[in-house]
Design a protein. Structure first.
Length: 121
């Protein structure tokens, strides 16, 4: 399976830690027979500093396929479990893996997605 970028996704200033995370995300989606689709990366704006998009330390991943059909709950959970096991704090990592699947799950919510950020404590 492949990594795809939604039109307009800005990669300028994306940190190397996020490139590594993207490779792991691609493995997680591929294991479910799906492509990994990046819907957002580096963004401007004051709230983006809090969510780390503004620093190049965050990406958003689609929970739909290339045709726009949503992945099923089992697939999403397996992707989340994979990301957490390899990158996330439950696996001893330095990344936050956030399932933003419902309206209002974050400030500026733009639709169901997985928010992945490098945020060492």
């Amino acid at each position: 399976m492949s990594i795809h970028f939604k039109a307009g996704v800005n990669l300028k200033g994306l940190q190397p830690q996020m490139v590594l995370a993207l490779m792991v995300a691609n493995d997680a989606f591929s294991a479910q027979g799906e492509d990994c689709i990046v819907t957002s990366a580096v963004r401007d704006g004051t709230w983006d500093q809090v969510l780390l998009h503004g620093t190049g330390c965050a990406i958003d991943l689609s929970v739909a396929d290339l045709k726009g059909f949503p992945l099923n709950d089992e697939q999403i959970n397996k992707v989340l479990n994979h990301l957490n096991a390899v990158l996330g704090r439950p696996g001893g990592g330095q990344y936050d893996v956030v399932a933003e699947l419902k309206s209002g799950s974050s400030a500026g919510w733009t639709g169901a997605h997985i928010h992945l950020e490098y945020d060492p404590k």
